[in-house]
Ligand binder design. Sequence first.
Ligand code: F3S
Length: 421
Amino acid sequence: MRLNEEQKKILDGKKGRILQEAMRGLVKYGDGMDAEEFIPISSAHTAFSAMNIVALAFPPRGRKLTGEDIGRFSDEIAVTRAKVKTTVNPGIIDRKKWRQMGADEATYNSVIRTVDIARKCGIMTTYSCIPQLTDNIPLFGEHYSWCESSSHPYINSFFGARTNRDCYELSLYSALLGITPNFGMHLNENRKGTDLVDIQCELENTSDWGALGFFLGEELGIGIPVFNNLKRPAVEEAIQLCASMNSSGAIPMFHIPRMTPEAPTVEAAFAGNEPRNTYIFDESAKRKVYQHLSYKPEGKVDMVFLGCPHETLYDLEEIARMLEGKHVARDTKLWVETTSSIRDAAEELGYAQIIEDSGAELFADGCLLIYYINTPAKWPKMDRMATDSPKNAFASRRSFHSNIFFGNRERCIEIAIKGGV
Ligand code: F3S
């Protein structure tokens, strides 16, 4: 990595330990990825959920952090301001409804302390996994450092913005320094299509779009698909497509001709590349994804989870319509997840009331997986779950060993009302 004079000073520690460590991390990352230089970024999206987790991005490493380590680190980072607009991924509790989640007061207090430190750093605790639609809207051709696996293909493919799938440490370092190593999706040559995907079936709901994404991740592994014969997705469909492809694989971008800004045609999307392979997504391929993601689906369902990635206001309106006048079964939970700003709007519009009157819970700021992995809480039973999200189905099977029903939203709501499959 070539560093300018200012960057060398930071690396030498002349601007303090936090920035020095951030620069060390970015130089290592850049060297590892054969980047030659840094580029300025316009925004970052990172994770900032609790100081004991944020502190892991900085030394001391290789030993359990003590309360004193975390306190010292918190004081140091609180006087370091992010150089660019920075938003954050879902956190570990719902700050308004943490008691309903079963979280304890100590966890709540530690999150509130973390929010205060983030504010001092100029980091916006938006706790959203759809920041591109809420608080961190990208622009064509701008460079970013984002950590959310479902958002990065969205902003590369629909906005023509440029980000790699950075982890939370690297996106935090990039946020603090306002730069990121120039490699991968930041470079024109890496944004060309690699494989052709021909769509030969109807995509009827968001779960079908998720199934397409999951298929791509499994088949391509790593690559940049170019679609043929794909209709234009709605925002909610695009969200599921993007989230699923990075559950089963690693797809940083795709081209939908006449929709992706860099792809007016299929030929332009390949930009001279010969397609490595052609894949066909038809009814049989779609059915296989549904079968693959469901595991022992039949029987009593303990938890129905909607909102991975976070539900939009439009999703909440639809869920409210489906639940109006109905009631969730007594021994089944229906959890719906979104961001705080969308929940506020849903409260004003009356959707939240309808959802909660049905016995469902409308949570904000987090996600089931992040809650579960990081929060000491009394957890509801999750022996069998139902979800409309391939990402959630895939991850819940692995994280909670739950039996899974994967199906569309309407079917999931029916299951919540009935209490089983
Ligand atoms: Fe968002 Fe959590 Fe799903 S961060 S994409 S709700 S796994």
